[in-house]
Design a binder for this molecule. Structure first.
Ligand SMILES: CC(C)(COP(=O)(O)OP(=O)(O)OC[C@H]1O[C@@H](n2cnc3c(N)ncnc32)[C@H](O)[C@@H]1OP(=O)(O)O)[C@@H](O)C(=O)NCCC(=O)NCCS
Length: 324
């Protein structure tokens, strides 16, 4: 059975760090409020002129190196982002050019906000399993600092910039949960909830970029339910119990959400990989950034069973279960 296997990971964070103390000088907030309500202590912010495509390219180069692949081995580039360099072309096209890929393989963006990486990974997996592609770069990259309202304390303290990438390659498995590769993914959306988390601008509506708006408490309430549901769905379909998960790499939005869902699903708190304290919520970049840190730090090894989940604006949500 054809499987899509992660053969390399990479990530990149902009140099500039904004701490909670820095934010307390900008808006009416405190380190104590942000830390206890969210788990975030600091976030990275891209420099002027440092674009989403730049972060994505740096992360992709590291993933290619880890996989032992050259850029031209890649036959599909997917970038999950809600903060593209431009309305068009797709950031993926810019990344393809930056990497020097000249084999005319396709490149496109996937827009599912914080679920973007799980959506892109699932898309790449479907392309690989159909036999259409062999080696795909799947990148999550964001510069959310550019769409934040820096006067709105309820949102500006939550997000950060960064990028993460994986090289996903075709391989063979037996068709069991012992195979390496993506074992199962499930994606969902409910557009009726789009007004709870959105950006109040866009080319077709306001001809502007707009700012992020969120009804935090309601998003929180939905997130807890939806994330647990989709995790249960993939674990049940794969016949895997919470205790069997070697590493849980959730979308990093709020420490209370991710520890709460792990507990509900019987996943040991020790197996929850957390980068939220240092990165904030980097939207589509948060899972591949965390996965790369886990791999490079020796927390995730070949053969480990890894569960990914995310929820974001739309609402969109999804989960992937894979063996490294
Ligand atoms: C945003 C979030 C941290 C807020 O935490 P909360 O416990 O729900 O807090 P509330 O929004 O109810 O606000 C509580 C109070 O804190 C205040 N507050 C909001 N932001 C604040 C800040 N940065 N500093 C200090 N006080 C703040 C509010 O004004 C409110 O004050 P009030 O009670 O006087 O009206 C939380 O709702 C959350 O994480 N939601 C999900 C967000 C998420 O995951 N989004 C991304 C999905 S991908």
């Amino acid at each position: 059975m054809r499987r899509s296997i992660i053969t390399g990971t990479g990530s990149f964070l902009p140099e500039k760090v904004l701490t909670n103390a820095d934010l307390a000088k900008m808006v009416d907030t405190t380190d104590e409020w942000i830390t206890t309500r969210t788990g975030i202590r600091q976030r990275h912010v891209a420099a002027d002129g440092e674009l989403t495509s730049d972060l994505a390219t740096a992360a992709a180069e590291r993933a290619l190196e880890a996989a032992g692949r050259k850029a031209d081995h890649i036959d599909l580039v997917l970038v999950a982002t809600s903060t593209p360099d431009q309305t068009f072309p797709a950031t993926a096209a810019t990344v393809q050019a930056n990497l020097g890929i000249t084999n005319a393989s396709p490149a496109f963006d996937v827009q599912a906000v914080c679920s973007g990486f799980v959506y892109a990974l699932t898309t790449a997996d479907a392309f690989i399993r159909s036999g259409q592609h062999e080696r795909v770069l799947v990148i999550g990259a964001e510069t959310f600092s550019r769409i934040l309202d820096w006067n709105d304390r309820s949102t500006c303290v939550l997000f950060g910039d960064g990028a993460g990438a994986v090289v996903l390659e075709a391989g063979e498995g037996e068709g069991t949960a012992r195979d390496r590769g993506i074992l199962i993914s499930r994606l969902h959306a409910d557009g009726r909830q789009r007004d709870l988390l959105y950006v109040d601008g866009g080319p077709s509506s306001t001809r502007t970029v707009g700012h992020l708006r969120m009804k935090g408490r309601e998003v929180f309430r939905h997130a807890v339910t939806r994330i647990a549901e989709v995790m249960e769905e993939v674990m049940e379909e794969a016949g895997v119990r919470g205790e069997e998960i070697d590493l849980f790499v959730p979308h990093q939005a709020n420490i209370r959400i991710l520890m709460g869902t792990a507990r509900k699903l019987g996943i040991d708190p020790e197996k929850v990989f957390v980068t939220l304290d240092r990165h904030g919520n980097t939207s589509a970049a948060s899972i591949p950034l965390a996965l790369d840190e886990a791999v490079r730090g020796g927390h995730a090894r070949r053969g480990d069973l890894v569960l990914l989940e995310a929820m974001g604006g739309g609402f969109t949500w999804g989960a992937s279960l894979l063996r490294l």
